[in-house]
Design a protein around this ligand. Structure first.
Ligand SMILES: [Zn+2]
Length: 425
C-alpha cells in the first residue's frame, strides 16, 4: 500500500486531535472532512441528510450556536455552517458505477470534556499536536477513527475502477453519551446498505491485535433529571420549603438500590449530582446525570423503568417536581455471522496482524449498535471490530493510540473488506 495514504491519515489524525469537539458540536471536524472530500472530488452529504432531528437526544441548542460561532472564527466558511442547519454528521458517497453491494463504513468524530496531559511522555504533547482547546480532548481515539474513515474514502475513490457497487463512509457525531447513531440510523442513509462495518481503537487489545465483537454491547439509557422544590429560610421557616436537594439525594440512594434482574447483568450509576443554593437555604434546585445499562434490552428497560418509578415516588414524598429527560440510548449488538467472517478474512490478509478470538465481554455501550440493528433489520449484514493500541485506560488525560503504528491496521482491514465484498469480478 502506498505510503501516501498512511502519511495523509496521520496528518489528519493529528490535525483533528488539536481541535477536539464535544458531541453535536463537531463543526471544525466535519469541515476538515468535507473540505477534503470536496478537494478530491468525492460526493458527500451532511447535516439533516444524515441526521434525523426527530431522533436527536442530548443536544443543546445554545452549545451548538456557540460552537458554530467558534468554528467560524477558526476558518470554517459561514456558507457551509449554514448548510449544516446546526447538525453535525456527514457521509462520503462513492459510486463505482457498476452493479454490486452497498457497503458502509462507520466512524465517530466526537471528543470528551477532559484536560489533556502535558507530560512530555504523552505523544501529542511531545510532538506538538496536543489539544488546543483547554478541557476538551480526544481521549477515546475518535480522532483516529475519523482519520481512518477519511483516508479509506480517499483510497476507495482512487481505486473505484477496481471495485463494484457503492460505498458510504459515515462520519457520526456524538457517540459519547450514545446520542448520534440513532438519528443517523433513522435518516435513511443506511436504508439501502447491504454491509456495514464499524470499529474502535483500544479496548482490551494491544497493538497489532484485532478482534470482531460477537456480543457484549450493553443496552443503555442516559437520563438528565432536574428537581424543583421551594426555597425557604433554614432557620425560621424550614417547614415552608420543599427540599429538592434531599429529594435528589434520596433518589440517588434508591436508584443505587434497584434490585438486580435475574435474566442478565445490569449497571447503574448516578455520575453527577448538583444541588442547593447556599448553607442556610432550603434547596429549591437539584440536577442529576445518571445512566443504567443492561445485558439485554429487557434488563435495561427494567432498570430504566425503575428509575422513573423512583423519581415519581420521590416527587410525592418531598413535594418537589421532577423533569426526567432521556438524553442518550444504545442497544445491544445484533450478531451477523456472515459479516463477522468477512471481517476476519480481511484481518487475516493484513501482514503482521494477529486475529484474536471473537470478543463478547461486557465492555461498555456503543451506539453503532443502532446502525448495525438498522442494517440487519432489512436483511443486511453488519459487524464491529476492535484494533488494539497501548493505553492505560480510555477517557484518561494520557490516553493515546500510537497512530503511526495502529491506524494503518484499521485502514487495511477496511480496504481488504472492500476488496472482498465489492471486488470487481
Ligand atoms: Zn469511544
Amino acid at each position: 500500500m502506498s505510503e501516501k495514504y498512511i502519511e495523509e491519515m496521520i496528518q489528519t489524525r493529528r490535525a483533528l486531535h488539536k481541535r477536539p469537539e464535544l458531541g453535536w458540536t463537531e463543526f471544525e471536524t466535519m469541515w476538515h472532512i468535507c473540505s477534503h472530500l470536496e478537494q478530491w472530488g468525492i460526493p458527500y452529504v451532511f447535516g439533516t441528510k444524515v441526521i434525523n432531528p426527530a431522533f436527536v437526544m442530548g443536544r443543546n441548542e445554545t452549545e451548538v450556536k456557540d460552537a458554530m460561532e467558534r468554528a467560524k472564527k477558526h476558518g470554517v466558511p459561514e456558507a457551509f455552517l449554514e448548510k449544516t442547519e446546526g447538525y453535525t454528521g456527514a457521509a462520503a458517497i462513492i459510486d463505482t458505477g457498476r452493479p454490486g453491494p452497498v457497503t458502509a463504513f462507520r466512524c465517530d468524530m466526537d471528543a470528551l470534556p477532559i484536560r489533556e496531559s502535558d507530560d512530555c511522555s504523552h505523544e501529542p504533547a511531545k510532538l506538538g499536536f496536543a489539544s488546543e482547546r483547554a478541557g476538551i480532548m480526544h481521549a477515546c481515539g475518535h480522532d483516529g477513527h475519523s482519520a481512518v474513515g477519511l483516508t479509506v474514502a480517499h483510497w476507495l475513490w482512487d481505486h473505484k475502477d477496481e471495485l463494484c457497487g457503492q460505498f458510504k463512509v459515515l462520519f457520526q457525531p456524538a457517540e459519547e453519551g450514545v446520542r448520534g447513531a440513532r438519528p443517523m440510523s433513522e435518516s435513511g442513509i443506511v436504508d439501502d446498505v447491504d454491509w456495514l462495518v464499524g470499529s474502535h481503537v483500544g479496548g482490551n487489545f494491544h497493538s497489532g491485535e484485532v478482534t470482531v465483537q460477537d456480543g457484549g454491547f450493553l443496552a443503555s439509557t442516559k437520563f438528565d433529571i432536574t428537581f424543583t422544590g421551594l426555597q425557604s429560610h433554614a432557620g425560621n421557616a424550614p417547614h415552608k420549603g420543599h427540599n429538592a436537594l434531599v429529594a435528589a439525594a434520596c433518589a440517588t440512594m434508591m436508584i443505587q438500590g434497584i434490585p438486580r434482574h435475574g435474566d442478565g447483568d445490569s449497571r447503574v450509576a448516578v455520575g453527577k449530582l448538583v444541588a442547593g443554593e447556599g448553607r442556610n437555604i432550603i434547596a429549591a434546585h437539584a440536577s442529576m446525570e445518571m445512566e443504567v445499562r443492561g445485558e439485554t434490552q429487557e434488563v435495561n428497560d427494567f432498570m430504566a423503568d425503575n428509575v422513573e418509578h423512583i423519581i415519581e415516588g420521590v416527587e410525592k414524598a418531598y413535594q418537589v417536581s421532577a423533569k426526567v429527560e432521556r438524553v442518550g440510548e444504545s442497544s445491544t449488538l445484533v450478531v451477523c455471522p456472515k459479516c463477522i467472517e468477512k471481517i476476519e478474512e480481511a484481518v487475516q490478509k493484513v501482514p503482521g496482524v494477529k486475529l484474536m478470538p471473537r470478543f463478547h465481554g461486557a465492555a461498555g455501550s456503543e451506539d453503532c449498535s443502532w446502525l448495525i440493528r438498522k442494517v440487519a433489520s432489512h436483511g443486511g449484514q453488519a459487524a464491529y471490530f476492535i484494533f488494539g493500541c497501548e493505553h492505560k485506560g480510555h477517557h484518561r488525560p494520557d490516553f493515546d493510540i500510537q497512530d503511526e503504528k495502529n491506524l494503518p491496521v484499521a485502514f487495511n482491514v477496511f480496504v481488504n473488506f472492500a476488496k472482498l465484498v465489492n471486488g470487481k469480478n
